[in-house]
Design a protein around this ligand. Structure first.
Ligand code: ADP
Ligand code: MG
Length: 665
């Protein structure tokens, strides 16, 4: 393997870590920060002072990088080098280099605020500005400033790594700590604006087709070298791969590319919820004479480096979670990327030789619609879970917490309000017993509330599978072909009506139970258009959630209640305890009106078991919202007004300022 740029800096880097409590490390993507620095620190003996922990905003990155590093060091994954992501812990007592998601690190801090097991904490990919990494930055700063209150923190080394700029800002944040720059070695990338989409495509609908055409164009007209395509998410990537597959078949690839014959195009998708064995393929070189084409989400921009890439095709869009004020909740939206992200994407083409980047958008789109930098997640998404975590860590004044970029006060206030609605904090802004129980679950708070309510009523065996099914990738297959789609929908509805109750939550429960009791669950899934792999992960998630719940139930102040009524009522009333924030009432025709004060008009998504039965419904709760030209609610359950009557006033009861004023005492 050719030496990476970081190699020459080895001694100086180790020395810099030795001499400083805080260090910012920056360098081009692919220079070796993520995979090499932890190894250098290991070789220099830093593990003697505790584990070397490396956080990543993305779970795929944590897993693949751990695989790579354990391989480079000649260890078995999960022993000396391991990883931990939500619901998947691949570490052992021997683990000294631990890659993990930033969310997992936050949970570790909850269990052990002094991070006593760690000698070094590396917060990687800080430029991504993920919500959890931003909070970790603040916590690291705060704990050090407090000095001595956590005995270990004084000797804990904190390294922040970032692929891009903002290093001055990071350094200033940590009291002007040194910045270590790894000199890059990159090749020029020519950038072309192809102007295939324009401002009218701002809602981001037609770009998949254009991207596919661009790829075929590059493939037939450019010399040897692999292609990396940036798209938005799993469904768009799968659609593009299907289209490429079909169209590529029609082309005769037997033409000369310099001295190499390209027989075909090896098409490889890459997105977060893909199984890891499939992801590993991405890094392997293609067979001789074949051009590799990786169709990826933003994950390939800085978190993972794929070698051999000479061409980048950039859609110009990204899918990101953002608070939607029309709906009053976080929604995944497709938005134009920032100019700085576009530069990062282009840079992937120049790792090993000169490259080319084809942007399907034009200059006008670049100038008018692409911001210079993207808004950090902490300033655009719900802070509810994070604020609860901070409160549980004893950060009472969540407004004056040291944020690298502070969220708007109204976002903090609405998080406080929601915590109060869920009974996680009291009127004085203090965490309740329930709040302390809730924070232990790696789940959205509403769902956690449902689980704990179910446990109090003794029916957790109904809710644990549902919480698990909602935590894995979608289990219901929706084939692209219209006829097949009809067939799949019919099958899914049969499952629901077999259970005797037509709603999407029981449908999930039914799938879970059918697979559990089936002798051949994989063939049952195939017949019924269900992802067996997803259900299998749900099995594992269910047992992990069940362990957490068991631990909580064993604590002394866990109280239980009796319930009078049918099981269906019990089930749906439990759901109401966490989903009363997502209640809608039928208004005109097939539309519903939300009851959270926003009064938005929503429709039931076609994938729901209740789609088409709107006229028979009155009140419903829903799990989430999909915003396209319309607002669709997904995973729906009919309820009775009496069940939410006493809960709905909670949505308006408390003035958020009241909570925050106490917070500032
Ligand atoms: P950085 O964190 O600075 O972006 P990395 O440490 O992730 O860089 O990667 C350094 C180099 O290691 C990359 O340029 C790539 O060639 C190689 N590499 C990283 N991960 C893998 C992998 N899973 N398989 C093969 N090569 C890899
Ligand atoms: Mg990296």
């Amino acid at each position: 393997m050719p030496r990476l740029p970081i190699y020459q800096q080895k001694e100086r880097l180790v020395e810099a870590v030795r001499c400083n409590a805080f260090l910012v490390v920056t360098g081009e993507t692919g220079s070796g920060k993520t995979t090499q620095l932890p190894q250098y620190l290991f070789q220099a003996g830093f593990w003697k002072g505790g584990k070397i922990g490396v956080t990543q905003p993305r779970r795929v990155a944590a897993i693949t990088v751990a695989q790579r590093v354990s391989h480079e060091m000649g260890f078995t994954l999960g022993r000396e080098v391991g990883y931990q992501v939500r619901f998947d812990d691949c570490t052992s007592k021997d683990t000294v280099i631990k890659y993990m998601t930033d969310g997992c690190m936050l949970r570790e801090i909850l269990a052990d605020p002094g991070l006593t097991q760690y000698g070094v904490v590396i917060l990687d990919e800080a430029h991504e500005r993920s919500l959890n990494t931003d909070v970790l930055l603040g916590l690291m700063k705060k704990n050090h400033c407090r000095g001595g209150s956590h005995s270990r923190s004084s000797s804990l080394k904190v390294i922040v790594m970032s692929a891009t700029l903002e290093t001055e800002k990071l350094s200033a944040f940590f009291g002007r700590c040194p910045v270590f720059t790894i000199p890059g070695r990159t090749f020029p990338v020519s950038e072309q604006f192809c102007n295939l989409i324009g401002p009218k495509d701002i809602d981001g609908s037609g770009y998949v087709k254009e991207v596919v055409n661009m790829v075929l164009d590059v493939h037939t007209s450019e010399t040897a070298g692999d292609i990396l395509v940036f798209l938005t998410g799993q469904s768009e990537i799968e659609r593009a791969c299907d289209m490429l597959f079909k169209k590529a078949e029609a082309i005769d690839y037997r033409y000369d590319v310099r001295d190499r014959t390209v027989d075909g195009l090896l098409i490889l998708p890459l997105y977060g919820s893909m199984p890891t064995d499939q992801q590993r393929q991405i890094f392997q070189p293609p067979p001789a004479g074949v051009r590799k084409c990786v169709v990826a989400t933003n994950i390939a921009a800085t978190s993972l480096t794929i070698s051999g890439i000479r061409y980048v095709v950039d859609s110009g869009f990204v899918k990101q979670l953002a608070h939607n004020s029309r709906v009053g909740m976080d929604v995944l939206e497709i938005v134009p990327i920032s100019k700085s992200e576009a530069e990062q994407r282009a840079g992937r083409a120049g790792r090993t030789s000169e490259g080319k980047c084809f942007r399907i958008y034009g200059r006008e789109f670049w100038e008018k619609y692409m911001p210079d930098y993207m808004v950090p997640e902490i300033q655009r998404t719900s802070l509810t879970s994070v604020i609860l975590t901070l409160k549980c860590l004893g950060v009472h004044d969540v407004i004056r917490f040291p944020y690298l970029d502070a969220p708007e006060e109204r976002f903090i206030l609405s998080a406080l309000k929601q915590l109060y609605q869920f009974d996680a904090i009291d009127r004085r802004g203090h965490v309740t017993e329930l709040g302390r129980q809730m924070v232990q679950f790696p789940l959205p708070l509403g769902l956690t509330r449902v689980l704990l309510r179910a446990a109090a009523l003794g029916c957790e065996e109904l809710m644990l599978p549902i919480a698990a099914m909602l935590s894995v990738e979608n289990v219901f297959i929706r084939p692209g072909h219209p006829e097949k789609q009809k067939e799949a929908e019919t099958k899914h509805r049969e499952i629901a009506s077999d259970a005797g109750k037509n709603n999407d939550f029981t449908m999930m429960l039914s799938v879970f139970e059918k697979c559990k009791s089936s002798e051949s669950p994989s063939s049952w899934c195939r017949e019924n258009w269900i992802h067996w792999r997803a259900v299998k992960s749900a099995f594992s998630v269910e047992s992990q959630l069940s362990e957490i719940l068991l631990r909580i139930k064993q604590q002394r102040d866990f109280s239980t209640e009796e319930f009078e009524g049918s099981q269906s009522e019990l089930f749906r009333q439990c759901l109401c305890s966490g989903y009363f924030t997502n209640v809608a009432r039928r208004s005109i025709g097939k539309s519903f009106c939300t009851m959270d004060g926003h009064g938005s008009t929503v429709h039931i998504h076609p994938s729901s078991a209740l789609f088409g039965e709107e006229s028979q419904l009155d009140w419903i709760i829903f799990h989430d919202v999909l915003v396209t030209s319309r607002m669709y609610v997904r995973t729906v359950c009919p309820i009775r007004y009496e069940w939410v009557k006493d809960l709905l006033p909670k949505l308006h009861e408390v003035d958020a300022y009241e909570l925050s004023n106490v917070a500032r005492e």
